[in-house]
Design a protein around this ligand. Structure first.
Ligand SMILES: [Fe+2]
Ligand SMILES: [Fe+2]
Length: 179
């Protein structure tokens, strides 16, 4: 096999490498989707949601890079993902945050699948590496759920959407300096 000419010995299996590359793709496409959502929010006038999403997009890229470095350091080959079919238009701010919640749940399931695979083949090194992502997903799902809940708690009529947009940034402690 070509790869073994470069790295003769390694404990990372091809199956695990493929799963991690699939996760690289998922994190990369999260980053691209959230950037697209940030753009839609910014041009629609939801400035705080846009700040939140620019920041979130950066975080997803960092997640992608974390796995990227892990795979290469473990003797594998990280693949820069081809990201296609990014949605550019949304019908409402609620749709943006509902999409994020659904997406984060899908990411959690994907991480859990890889952890389960690592457990079954006793790759405790990769399993240990992925623990960070397990915890991160718990936090990200909670954050996305809180954002979606704002729409029912506050209501979208009158100044509702303006208030929701303001509260979105408070969810992450008002850190709005993602330039
Ligand atoms: Fe992520
Ligand atoms: Fe995420």
């Amino acid at each position: 096999m070509e790869r073994q000419q470069v790295t003769a010995k390694r404990s990372l299996t091809k199956a695990t490498e493929d799963l991690l590359n699939r996760q690289i793709m998922m994190e990369g496409s999260s980053s691209a989707s959230y950037l697209s959502m940030a753009s839609w929010c910014e041009m629609t006038g939801y400035e705080n949601s846009a700040k939140f999403l620019y920041l979130h997009s950066d975080e997803e890229r960092q997640h992608m890079l974390k796995i990227f470095h892990y795979v290469n350091e473990a003797g594998g080959h990280s693949i820069q993902p081809e990201i296609k079919d990014i949605k550019h238009h949304y019908s409402s701010l609620r749709e943006v945050f509902e999409t994020i919640l659904d997406h984060e749940i899908a990411v959690t399931n994907s991480i859990n699948e890889i952890v389960n695979h690592c457990y079954e083949i006793k790759d405790f090194t990769t399993m240990n590496f992925l623990n960070w992502f397990v915890e991160e997903q718990r936090e990200e799902e909670t954050l996305a759920r809180r954002a979606v809940e704002l729409f029912d708690l506050i209501g979208e009529d009158g100044v509702g959407l303006w208030t929701i947009d303001k509260e979105i940034l408070n969810l992450i402690g008002g850190e709005g300096d993602a330039e």
